[in-house]
Design a protein around this ligand. Structure first.
Ligand code: NAD
Length: 369
């Protein structure tokens, strides 16, 4: 029986990379019926809203979505569709694995960590205003609650336990933010002792950034608040090979949306140039989530082998990089086609390639498949 999944192509490079992911999933033979739901700039032009109710209804019905990136205008214009989706569907745990693939595109081939970011409150709560008419001052309210902190910190420990990770690092700025930072820290200190099998430590955000770019291999699962997590997960994506290869998922208690870390990269829109791997690996996480483990393993191995071979890779992986072996860049669709071609051919009896975190990749403590 086919499984209905909401598909949001999104803006910019979104339609290209989501099509790539759909094609690669099709190569696994898993029977998915994609229910296309448009959101973003196009729907704003056509129907006056970037997030029609029909999109939310589709996700609520299917409980699972694969999403492309959606543009958010800077400074003015509509509020972020991404933030609205998370808040309206109460998607509170954003999970972003940063796994170096075949040592390509990274100085840190040992990188294998997961950033868990609280996604409903903090500095993205949308509570902000100009202080005066002249716009000489502005305020944004940083909302941190015990409830939201506790559920995301528990999520991070459960994830660490399920994936046989050994450490959770809480990142905050409690020395300066003596209410919001301190509350997150306090809740972490209450929750951590309930997971005696997992080490717990804390880092101030500034120190964490320095530590990550020096020795990312020392970190395992990181849990933090919304804005800090947004920034740290891009940093970690860079450590692992760049935004082109960084997948993600965002979970509520009953709904999960799978989407890459990257945005809509408008300058590459329509050029068939963007790296499809981040979206393809987001679909891989989706397949694990619905219990299609073998199909997910096939995708992971096919991606790994395609990048390791470095014959058909997009511009970001074709650079000389750190292997000093540049190749002519392939298109987004050509790379997706190569990955899809390999999916049925890969040998799953061989040990899975190094980033063991993928083997541990079904990241949902709440949903049954
Ligand atoms: P971006 O991630 O879109 O792009 C930054 C740069 O990263 C690009 O210029 C490109 O060099 C590289 N890049 C990103 N994706 C790539 C890919 N698949 N392959 C190869 N290179 C890739 O970030 P931005 O330019 O800051 O944001 C553009 C728009 O995307 C903004 O409107 C922003 O609000 C939105 N955005 C959306 C999401 C989301 O939908 N979840 C996330 C982040 C940003």
């Amino acid at each position: 029986m086919s499984r209905c999944v909401t598909l949001i192509p999104g803006d910019g490079i979104g339609p290209e990379v989501t099509q790539a992911a759909v094609d690669v999933v099709a190569a696994t033979g898993v029977d998915i019926e994609w229910e296309v739901a448009e959101a973003g700039e196009k729907t704003l032009r056509v129907s006056g809203t970037p997030l029609p109710d029909s999109v939310l209804e589709s996700i609520r019905k299917n409980r699972i979505a694969l999403k492309g990136p959606i543009t958010t205008p800077i400074g003015s214009g509509f509020r972020s569709v991404n933030v609205a989706l998370r808040q309206q569907l109460d998607l509170y745990a954003s999970v972003r694995p940063a796994r170096a693939i075949a040592g390509e595109g990274t100085r840190f081939p040992e990188t294998d960590l997961i950033v868990v970011r609280e996604a409903t409150e903090g500095l993205y709560s949308g509570v902000e205003h100009w202080v005066d008419r002249e716009h000489t001052a502005a305020e944004t309210v940083n909302i941190i609650t015990r409830k939201a902190s506790e559920r995301v910190i528990r999520f991070a420990f459960e994830l660490a336990r399920r994936e046989h990770r050994h450490k959770v690092t809480a990142v905050h700025k409690a020395n300066i933010m003596k209410a919001t930072g301190a509350l997150f820290q306090e809740v972490f200190r209450e929750v951590a002792p309930r997971y005696a099998d997992i080490a717990a430590e804390e880092r101030l955000i500034d120190n964490m950034c320095m530590q990550l770019v020096k020795k990312p291999e020392e970190y395992d699962v990181i849990v933090t608040t919304n804005l800090m997590g947004d920034i740290l997960s891009d940093l970690c994506a860079g450590l692992a090979g760049g935004l082109g290869v960084a997948p993600g998922a965002i979970y509520g208690d009953r709904i999960a949306v799978f989407e890459p870390v990257h945005g809509s990269a408008p300058k590459y829109a329509g050029q068939d140039k963007a790296d499809p791997v981040a979206e393809i690996l987001s679909a891989e996480l989706l397949l694990r989530h619905i219990g299609e483990r073998e199909a997910a393993d096939r995708i992971w191995r096919a991606v790994w082998e395609t990048i390791a071979e470095k014959k058909v890779v997009t511009y970001d992986l074709a650079l000389p990089g750190y292997t000093a072996r540049p190749v002519p860049p392939s298109s987004c669709s050509a790379m997706a086609k190569e990955i899809a071609r390999k999916v049925p051919l890969v040998d799953l009896t061989k040990p899975m390639p190094r980033a063991a975190s993928v083997e541990k990749g079904a990241i949902d403590p709440h949903l049954e498949a």
